[in-house]
Design a binder for this molecule. Sequence first.
Ligand SMILES: C[S@@+](CC[C@H](N)C(=O)[O-])C[C@H]1O[C@@H](n2cnc3c(N)ncnc32)[C@H](O)[C@@H]1O
Length: 359
Amino acid sequence: MSSKLRNLRQGYASLTPPQYMNFPTDQPFTDVQTFVLNSILLDGHLQRYPPSDFYQRSFWKWIISQLEALIGDEDYEVDERLYERQISLLSVTRRTQDLAGSSPPPPSYVTHFWENRSQGAPLEGLAEYGSVTLFESQTTIESGTTGLRTWRASFVLAQFLIDHPDTVRGHRVLELGSGAGFLGLVIACLQQQDGQGGRRSGLCLTDVNEVVLQRCAQNVNLPCNVSASLPHLDVRPLDWSDAVCPNLEPSTRKSLSGLDADTIVAADMLYHPDIITPFLTTLRLALLSESKLNTKTAYLALTVRNQELLDAFLHASTDIFHLCVEDISSRASGHQSSFLESERIDTENVMVIQVTADT
Ligand SMILES: C[S@@+](CC[C@H](N)C(=O)[O-])C[C@H]1O[C@@H](n2cnc3c(N)ncnc32)[C@H](O)[C@@H]1O
């Protein structure tokens, strides 16, 4: 399969707007149409976990117009099944618009793909491409939470972990503020070969919001995801505010100690100054919790929306919470993968730091 055709499928599966996709105009019409039919329209996974009708409407309109243009003077025809799909979507989306007026785009299945390569070499024991599927919101805030969609910092941190799989393979990983579960699903894929080396592994995804946790658990349990068959995966509530509440701090400390995570990850959790103290208190408890292992390390991806907020977070981390912080952004953005490209991620707006406790 050519990379241009593969990109078409990946773009559709990840709801990439057609204006950001490249149609393979240099390839024969029949090759492209056969691929579009078999690997997109009739593909079993994409039929079971389809992009929203809302997205599909723009995608199929675009594909049909591109295929028509590709025919040129040749004696070919666009397959009628593509027109049928387009027509069926017109009636569905019209009905939805009538019911909801000009409402925001509805939640949708999204499938993300990436190359299982580290430093240019294939990742041992894994297929050439990894993928995860989520049902997620297409808006910034839904049901009063930001946790029902995947944020760009998660993509950047996921790519860092794919490039450095030893950070999670054979480790007990705790995610703080996991949202809909994207990063955890990628970690589950990287951990699937665990056990062979005899090292223990585990994965615990946590969040404060009940609706978010339900969505995360649903995504973890989608049969198409590796996470669904991973025995050591847990989704549970963890509110960072509990760590600064005198009544609740002991139980938070106990629960973190019970998890005994040696790798802690969090993405895009810094969006308000009030979060800094509860989050860093929780992180420090997790980094210092009693362990049979000596080293505990956190990898955090921070979206740089506001320099003052970022500075306040970094200052509190080192000067108040006595954590060791290393900026590893260059290690995280060194490899521009198709994964980040298909999401159109600007890695410069995301800072990745490695944090350890200064004991
Ligand atoms: C911007 S979203 C990021 C979600 C996910 N990490 C991502 O990057 O796609 C922030 C997440 O932090 C969670 N969160 C906010 N305050 C929290 C708290 N006090 N304790 C635990 N999680 C919290 C939210 O519920 C939400 O899922």
